[in-house]
Write a protein that binds this ligand. Structure first.
Ligand SMILES: *Cc1c(COP(=O)(O)O)cnc(C)c1O
Length: 402
């Protein structure tokens, strides 16, 4: 009964395709192809097709992908870049590493993603730079040149509205798609489905092992449909080289290992099936929680096909419920307990508690439940039963919340 149920099972899917992965390793060992080469360009081509972007550039991590995308896409040192605070720290780090300064936009309570209304309200209240005509960051005082929404938990941000605002305020639009491999969004503006990573000037994906498409180590990729941005990212990942030992810009060592690219190419073939399994598991959770008062299940806007990197519920008595699940041997997570504007690393931005009330409220109520392709109905029933039997659950609800 109390066999641990992990938050994430990384073993089963890898073991299932073990022979395919071992073949990649064997080929690499026998050809000594460890950096660059055919396996890398094959994966880049396949992932570009998958994301419906013209170019994919494999890099060493999602953080590198974000940093290179921003720099190559035109973010300059000193610029202000708008993003959200309820994300993994890397979103803000990449902005900082590009020499720019993050400024945080409040999120929508239902989707947990950047609120277009808040984005517009923020920009409209900012002073205008007489020289450039751009808005000046409210806290930073430097020109706002870009906006970086995050497709959090595998659900795309409201890209039509954000793109419209970006055009109006002349902002470069980027995507943090590190959790959204294959997520889709119906663009009313264009009358067609768009995939994560194909919309912004450039986008970033992470292939950290726990992501929906995960390497057997560290890996990432940037996607773009602009060939000059693609060329620039290719240089940045490889010491700024345009050709061997000819360095046009000061770059980085941010290449994607050939072995990892080979693993990813194999796993990309299985991703559509794994995504279907995640969606089916999410649906089952939704059904199970319908009858559990106080549990808010993930909101799915119409015209959105999330890929459920995480399945995140909201509960008023989150810490008690998490403790109950832990006691029942069920792994959970909180993504993320401390929003970036309240992190010590970003204390110098001058934010205080209360500055982003929705973001902060979400941080206190969210709980990520076990979610992975091979999650079974039985596993999920165990989770539902443990949540229903949390002792303080009902009292918290009767005292006013939901
Ligand atoms: C994982 C993640 C990153 C960073 O990716 P790494 O590969 O770990 O560098 C950035 N942003 C978000 C939203 C992520 O989930």
């Amino acid at each position: 009964m109390n066999i641990p149920l992990p938050f994430l099972d990384l073993i089963t899917p890898n073991v299932e395709i073990e022979s395919e992965l071992m073949e990649v390793l064997r080929t690499a060992l026998h050809s000594a192809a460890f950096v660059g080469g055919r396996a890398l360009t094959n994966f880049e081509e396949h992932f570009a097709v998958f994301t419906e972007a013209a170019h994919c550039i494999g890099v060493a991590s999602g953080t590198d992908a974000l940093r290179f995308a921003l720099i190559a896409g035109g973010v300059k040192p000193g610029d202000t870049v708008l993003t959200v605070a309820n994300t993994f720290i890397a979103t803000a780090e990449a902005i900082t590493q590009a020499g720019a300064i993050p400024e945080f936009i409040e999120v929508d309570e239902q989707t947990c993603n950047m609120s277009p209304a808040e984005l517009r309200a923020h920009l409209e209240l900012c002073a205008i730079d007489t020289q450039s005509g751009l808005r000046l960051g409210r806290r930073t005082g430097t020109p706002i040149t870009a906006v970086l929404p995050v497709h959090l938990f595998g659900q795309m941000a409201d890209m039509d509205a954000i793109a419209e605002i970006a055009e109006e305020f002349r902002l470069l639009l980027f995507e943090d798609a590190c959790q959204a491999h294959g997520a889709e969004y119906f663009s009313q503006r264009e009358g067609r489905w768009r995939k994560a990573g194909s919309i912004g000037r450039a986008a970033a994906f992470s292939f950290y092992p726990g992501k929906n498409l995960g390497a057997c180590g560290e890996a990432g990729a940037a996607t773009t449909s602009d060939s000059s941005v693609a060329k620039q990212i290719q240089m940045l990942r490889d010491h700024g080289q345009s050709s061997k030992y000819h360095h046009e810009v000061v770059g980085y060592n941010g290449r994607l290992d050939t072995i990892q690219a080979g693993f990813l190419d194999v796993k990309l073939n299985h991703l559509p099936c794994w995504t279907d399994l995640r969606r089916a598991a999410a649906k089952r959770y939704n059904e199970m929680f319908k009858s559990v008062p106080g549990v808010i299940t993930p909101f799915e806007p119409t015209g959105s096909k999330p890929v459920y990197h995480l399945y995140v519920i909201r509960v008023p008595n989150r810490d008690q419920i998490q403790a109950q699940l832990t006691k029942a041997g069920i792994g959970t997570g909180i993504h993320y307990p401390v929003p970036i504007h309240l992190q010590k690393a970003y204390a110098d931005l001058g934010y205080r508690k209360g500055d982003l009330p929705v973001t902060e409220m979400l941080a206190s109520e969210i709980l990520s439940l076990p979610m992975f392709p091979h999650l079974t109905v039985k596993d999920q029933q165990r989770v539902a039963i443990a949540i229903e039997s949390a002792p303080k659950h009902l009292s918290a609800i009767s005292s006013g919340r939901e």
